[in-house]
Design a protein around this ligand. Structure first.
Ligand SMILES: Nc1ncnc2c1ncn2[C@@H]1O[C@H](COP(=O)(O)OP(=O)(O)OP(=O)(O)O)[C@@H](O)[C@H]1O
Length: 334
């Protein structure tokens, strides 16, 4: 079951800002297996979306270096036509903002059918019979994502739907062709809790029923705990820690991971002290490119504890941590 589906090697994605290139994803490597949910967590600006868009080949003005192998084929070297064939078929993405992912001028049913049509290769797909079949498939998909009156919603426009319904439609489109690799970028942000749970359940079913590999981008560690098999923590364009969900929840090492985790209040222990590490991810232009990128946020850890060129260290099988500063890290209690 642990077959490798996606293998990213030394990926750097840079944007040009006033005549200089700045890497938002910086020399990143990771793998996603079949039947696995890899969560990617990190604060706003850490490079999660830039990574997702790189995998999907959706950056138009970025410079990309490195390799992105999907089933052994390098996506980064594919022609736009080849990539198009793959996207929405074997590889698909649920975007953060459902309104921008939907066409406001087309009814929902047509938008789903358009995706289904992308992957019917024969001209006979234009026959009446296949049109009817596609309509049935579209309605079935709407039903599958929990839309209560799928026949009715089939004929509605995006603006007529609530946020939760729109997000379900976006998911219906993303899973229409039973992707092998699905990237879900904050799929439940801005949805209320019950809808969130239903959507997450849908994503989990996709993994189990279709053996899919899923990259789940989120800043919600509660969602991570519920859903992920493995977790990659990103800071300033790099992975600072990657481990199984169990290892991460019980034995997080990197100061950034530990501060992310300790800033969630737990209902079970009201006395737990919250250790908030102040500051934010620096902007792309101001990212420290040398030494430990997190050091300015933990100034009480002496310079000598950081590596000059921080590497990922395997602290137990499959559990990697960047920089040696984790060994001496402690929270500052105010
Ligand atoms: N097209 C672009 N041009 C210039 N800079 C960009 C571009 N896209 C992203 N960035 C910058 O790259 C960095 C990473 O952004 P990214 O959107 O990947 O972060 P993120 O972790 O996904 O954040 P969020 O959770 O807010 O989506 C940020 O500093 C952002 O401002």
């Amino acid at each position: 079951m642990n077959e490798e589906l996606l293998k990213i090697e030394n990926l750097s994605t840079s944007f040009r800002i006033s005549d200089e290139w700045y890497a938002a994803v910086d020399d990143l490597s990771l793998t996603v297996k079949k039947n696995e949910i890899l969560a990617i967590v990190g604060e706003s600006g850490s490079g999660k979306s830039a990574l997702a868009f790189s995998i999907m080949g959706l950056h138009t003005r970025a410079r990309m270096e490195g390799k992105i192998y999907y089933h052994g084929q390098n996506l980064a070297a594919m022609s736009p036509a080849e990539l198009n064939r793959l996207r929405g078929n074997e590889v698909s993405m649920i975007f953060q903002d459902p309104l921008s992912a939907l066409n406001p001028l087309m009814i929902i049913g047509e938008q789903i059918e358009e995706v289904l049509l992308l992957h019917e290769s024969k001209p006979s797909s234009l026959t009446k019979k296949s049109r009817k079949h596609r309509r049935e498939q579209a309605i079935e998909l709407l039903h599958k994502v929990g839309i209560p009156r799928p026949e009715y919603t089939y004929g509605q426009y995006p603006h007529e739907l609530s946020g939760g319904m729109r997000q379900r439609v976006v998911i219906a489109i993303a899973i229409a062709n039973e992707p092998k690799l699905l990237i879900a970028d904050e799929p439940t942000t801005a949805l209320d809790v019950t809808i969130q749970l239903q959507i997450l359940e849908l994503i989990r079913r996709l993994k189990e029923d279709m053996d899919a590999g899923i990259i789940l981008i989120t800043h919600d560690l509660g969602v991570v705990a519920e859903m992920a098999d493995r977790v990659a923590v990103m800071y300033a364009g790099q992975i600072v820690e990657i481990a199984s969900i169990y290892a991460l929840m019980t034995n997080a090492k990197h100061p950034y991971t530990r501060s992310l985790m300790s800033s969630i209040p737990t209902a079970s222990d009201e006395r737990t002290k919250l250790h908030v590490i102040h500051g934010v991810v620096p902007s792309l232009k101001l990212l420290p490119r040398q030494g430990c990128r997190f050091r300015s946020r933990i100034p009480w850890i002496s310079e000598s504890k950081h590596e000059a060129d921080p590497q990922l260290h395997e602290v137990e099988p499959g559990h990697y941590v960047r920089c040696t500063c984790y060994k001496d890290f402690h929270f500052l209690d105010h």
